[in-house]
Design a protein around this ligand. Structure first.
Ligand code: MIC
Ligand code: SF4
Length: 644
């Protein structure tokens, strides 16, 4: 039987275990990336791990999320990360250089290598033929310290592409189509591997748009082959030597298959408030638009923005629309400043802002009350824009630009306007935004610790019975944005969990934090796909701070489940999902003899949760690997590592 590309790369990096779906393996991690809003936690850990140099081939610390600097907090975080990066051999990318995933693609990603990032959109690197995985900060810190990462082997699901996209239809429409077919749960426990003759018509940045939003499918990662287009991309970036040709075997067998005919696709949009709530732009109709935002790690490449410039050239942004553009990297902005495209964009009435995440994570540019905002981003969760009643639609750059001119959601295919596929340009690395750790006495660099940076929260090893009260009963597809909201008000406090914890679940239940503080020992009950979205471990650390001991759900999203285990919070899954309906908020639940249950040498993965409210027993399981059980017994990953 032929091999999939994903398993070929995993096999090349395999250190422990067997490549069998569901089994735990440890792989060599070649590269890591961090960004600032998850990064301070990562580097607090790295600093505590007493290592001299990171064990990876390359580690980069990007500053791209918290760049508003409305107070000292963000700037202190940047200084802290820079100092720790310097001490441990990590490359530092200054604020303003751009968005981590776009920059990593341009400057450091290499086909066939593994990459772990403290950001859920790290799979962007799959566009270059990497196995690139998003994880919680602590997992990334350990990967830097040891050069390894442990994961449950995913299945490999094949998306076969045939045909070629028509003008006005682009990579964003492909991934929106996949999301429509598979939903936000469709990728859980899977790697999505793209094959077929249609792949040849997609550039690396098109492919990266698709692998980036594989995060919205819940997939472990997504991967494209590395071919002539990959070679061309690397050559244009001045890195032709990094090219390696990679593909699945012709007779590779997959655990599932979806065929997409690119030539049949039309412009699509994800309607509020979920990336899988997809329909065609034509079906949604010409709704009036108040804001258009172009950028984010999904759609801020040079070719994306050149298409936008072509559409806007000589035109005027509609008087009722605010068009805001945040380019993906300094190199892109510099190139577009030189070739005149930036002038065309500005002349149209667009607001061009910093090369950073910006509006994608609610760091400014929140739309007006009740506004319709079209965004080329990857998430349209309720309130993420910073405006709770805004209606956010996810669209391609082409759809965004033509709609900004028309003032209504518009299908470019019907505009009568010709659009060309922009040529790639030749780039040189802008070294002026990079600080390398080499060159001086890095070990003695002083750690710059601002007053807002608080210690990493620690749990205690569990003992006896856990008796806890259901403090929140949440529904399906709860996001980590729901659990630990992030916007310009809260993002500056990512290094201060005690402060952040006051806002835990704020948008769903403003009393949650206060109730937890009164109760002491708490349980959260969730529906399907609990904890989807961002990799922020704050969505586990804030509940830990508030006394949450275990979470029972119908199913969990991968990264959040790991973050819970890393914090020593026990994630349990109902054997019978209908038990969810029997639990009431306020009920007192007992998880008996937790240590005995986890330690049992005949480990059966059976957990009985007794509901003292109605005397029912809910049978649950954990699906814990041996390593996960040991971490839970130690009260979390840090305690486990310290005791190793
Ligand atoms: C996101 O897009 O949700 C973020 C902000 O990049 C997060 C990371 C974070 O919460 O800091 C992610 O995708 O992991
Ligand atoms: Fe930044 Fe948005 Fe990408 Fe997250 S999804 S890394 S906030 S641009």
């Amino acid at each position: 039987m032929g091999k999939t590309l994903a398993y070929k790369i995993l096999e090349d990096h395999l250190l422990e275990g067997n490549l069998i779906p569901g089994e735990e393996i440890t792989i060599k991690m070649d590269q890591t990336l961090t960004q600032d809003s998850t990064g301070t936690m990562v580097y607090l850990q790295l600093e505590a791990m007493d290592i001299e140099k990171v064990k990876t081939e390359l580690s980069v610390a990007y500053i791209d999320h918290n760049t508003l600097q409305t107070g000292f907090e963000n700037a202190d975080d940047h200084a802290f990360i820079k100092s720790v990066a310097q001490r441990h051999g990590v490359i530092f990318s200054k604020p303003g250089n751009g968005i981590c995933h776009q920059l990593h693609l341009e400057s450091y990603g290499i086909p066939g290598k593994t990459l772990l990032g403290s950001d859920s959109h790290t799979p962007t690197g799959g566009g270059l033929g990497m196995i690139a995985i998003g994880a919680g900060g602590l997992d990334v810190a350990v990967a830097m310290a040891k050069g390894t990462y442990s994961l449950t082997v995913p299945e490999v699901f094949n998306v076969e592409l045939k045909g070629q996209l028509r003008p006005w239809v682009s990579a964003k429409d492909v991934i929106l189509k996949v999301l429509q077919e598979l939903t936000v749960k469709g990728g859980v426990g899977r790697i999505i591997e793209y094959t077929g003759e249609g792949v040849k018509s997609l550039s690396v940045t098109d492919r990266a748009t698709i692998t980036n939003m594989g995060a919205e499918l819940g997939a472990t990662t997504s991967v494209f082959p590395s071919d002539e287009n990959t070679k061309a991309f690397l050559e244009h970036e001045g890195r032709g030597d990094d090219f390696v040709a990679l593909a699945a075997d012709e007779d590779a067998e997959y655990d599932g298959h979806l065929l997409i005919d690119l030539s049949e696709l039309v412009p699509m949009a994800a309607k509020p408030h979920s990336p899988d709530n997809v329909d065609t732009v034509e079906n949604i109709g010409q709704i009036k638009v108040d804001q258009v935002a172009i950028g984010s790690c999904t759609n801020s490449s040079y070719t994306d923005l050149m298409k936008v410039a072509e559409i806007l050239k000589g035109k005027k942004v509609h008087p009722d629309v605010s068009l805001v553009i945040s380019p993906g990297s300094s190199k892109i902005t510099e190139k577009m400043a030189k070739n005149g495209a930036l002038a065309d964009i500005i002349a149209s009435g667009a607001r061009v802002i910093e090369n950073a995440c910006g509006p994608c994570i609610g760091m400014g540019q929140s739309p007006k009350s009740g506004a319709v905002s079209l965004r080329t981003f990857n998430r349209n969760f309720k309130g993420r824009s910073g405006t709770n009643d805004a209606q956010v639609y996810l669209v391609s750059p082409e759809t965004a630009a033509i709609s900004a001119i028309n003032g209504v959601l518009s299908d470019g295919m019907k505009s009568g306007m010709d659009i060309t596929q922009p040529e790639m340009a030749d780039f040189v690395q802008n070294e002026n935004f990079i600080v390398y750790p080499e060159g001086h006495d890095t070990k003695n660099t002083e750690v710059a610790m601002g007053p807002n940076i608080k210690p990493f929260p620690r749990n205690e090893a569990p003992f006896g019975d856990i008796i806890a009260m259901v403090t929140l009963k949440a529904g399906d597809n709860i996001t980590t944005d729901d659990i630990m909201p992030s916007d310009s008000r809260l993002l500056p406090y990512r290094s201060n969990v005690p402060h952040l914890a006051n806002y835990c679940f704020e948008k769903i239940d403003p009393e949650f934090a206060a109730r937890c503080k009164d109760i002491g020992q708490c349980v959260i009950v969730g529906g399907e796909n609990y904890g989807q979205g961002s990799s922020r471990e704050h969505a586990a650390l804030a509940p830990l701070h508030l006394g949450v001991r275990f979470v029972i759900a119908k199913s969990f999203a991968r990264i959040h489940r790991s973050n819970l285990i890393n914090s020593g919070i026990i994630p349990l899954v109902f054997d019978d999902p209908s038990d969810y309906d029997k639990i009431e908020q306020g009920a007192r639940l007992i998880l008996e003899d937790i240590v005995g249950m986890l330690e049992d040498s005949q480990y059966k993965d059976e957990f009985d949760v007794i509901d003292t409210n109605n005397a029912k027993i809910y049978k649950c399981h954990g699906n814990f690997s041996d390593l996960e059980r040991e971490m839970l017994l130690a009260g979390g990953k840090i305690n486990y590592i310290k005791g190793e």
